[in-house]
Design a protein around this ligand. Structure first.
Ligand SMILES: [Fe+2]
Length: 295
């Protein structure tokens, strides 16, 4: 250890992992150190840049509290969250693609009868979502629980408003015997991720906008099937091809149909209103719920 040089330093640091009892820990740390050292060598990091990096990470941590997670935001905007999701939820062909759960998932959405409005009294354009939940083989899945949430018509999630405890534009709907689901809500609206922290500064430095395109979240649970976490996106959103979190894939784009006449039977629904038909396809497997909500 007395003849360390720029060339042999990495091996000396890696050798320190030989005593690690957990083999996975040793594997992850070995790779992390190798890539970190390679990065420093590749860009020939200056001391000023090193300090700037330390200050950036420090300030990112200081921005976090029980409601705000700036590191997850950083991970999202660097595409790391979607990469981790893609690696951990590789789907067979025919299954609906998975996407990130996002920071606005909270438990507690009420179960409502088939066809209910999950966004009663919420400002926005009325939208009728319906479709089916099927297996990858095309068989209907009865009794699947859809846990649904979206922004209101102004781009805000319920948990961002007031004290954050009044849930709206959020609810659970169960599929019927034919695997069908249906509910009313309001048309989701695109929204910016918070930009008053370090991630905002990082986006600005890259000349990137902070918007996510409009989408409806769904977490679908049924014993015997892998829990499906998905989002359905609105193709008319101006940011559909530049999602700040890299969450959009072709299969997750919904076909929102605009209606310029009042709804024929729902007398409280005037024009315009929208409808969307979307089929979710679930992969057979163990139904494991995701991480608990961050809050
Ligand atoms: Fe969202």
């Amino acid at each position: 250890m007395r003849n360390l040089t720029e060339t042999n330093l990495t091996d000396a640091v890696l050798a320190k992992l030989e005593g690690a009892a957990d083999p996975r820990f040793a594997q992850v740390m070995t790779s992390l150190i190798k890539h970190l050292h390679a990065f420093v060598r590749e860009v020939e990091l200056t001391e000023a840049e090193w300090l700037k990096g330390i200050q950036f990470l420090t300030a990112t941590g200081q921005k976090c509290d029980d409601k705000r997670q700036e590191f997850i935001l950083l991970s999202d905007t660097l595409g790391v969250s979607m990469l981790v999701d893609a690696i951990n939820h590789r789907k067979p062909s025919g299954a609906t693609e998975s996407t990130v759960l996002g920071p606005f998932y909270v438990s507690g959405g009420k179960e409502l009868p088939f066809g209910s409005n999950i966004a009663e009294g919420v400002p926005g354009e009325p939208t009728y979502f319906s479709g089916r939940v099927l297996s990858t083989g095309g068989k209907p899945i009865p009794g699947a629980m859809l846990d649904l949430w979206s922004t209101d018509g102004e781009g805000a999630y319920d948990v961002q408003l007031g004290d954050g405890n009044t849930l709206r534009a959020r609810g659970k709907i169960k599929t019927d015997a034919q695997g069908r689901y249906a509910f009313w809500t309001i048309k989701p609206v695109g929204y910016p991720i918070p930009t008053d922290g370090l991630v905002g500064r990082l986006l600005k430095a890259q000349d990137r906008h902070p918007y996510r395109p409009a989408h409806l979240h769904a977490l679908i649970f049924k014993q015997g099937f892998k829990v499906l976490i998905s989002q359905v996106y609105d193709p008319a959103d101006p940011h559909i091809d530049s999602d700040v979190q890299f969450g959009v894939t072709k299969a997750l784009i919904g076909d929102f149909v605009r209606h310029d006449e009042p709804h024929p039977t729902a007398t409280d629904v005037g024009a315009p209103w929208y409808s969307l038909d979307y089929v979710y396809k679930m992969e057979a497997g163990e139904a494991v719920l995701p991480r608990p909500p961050i809050k």
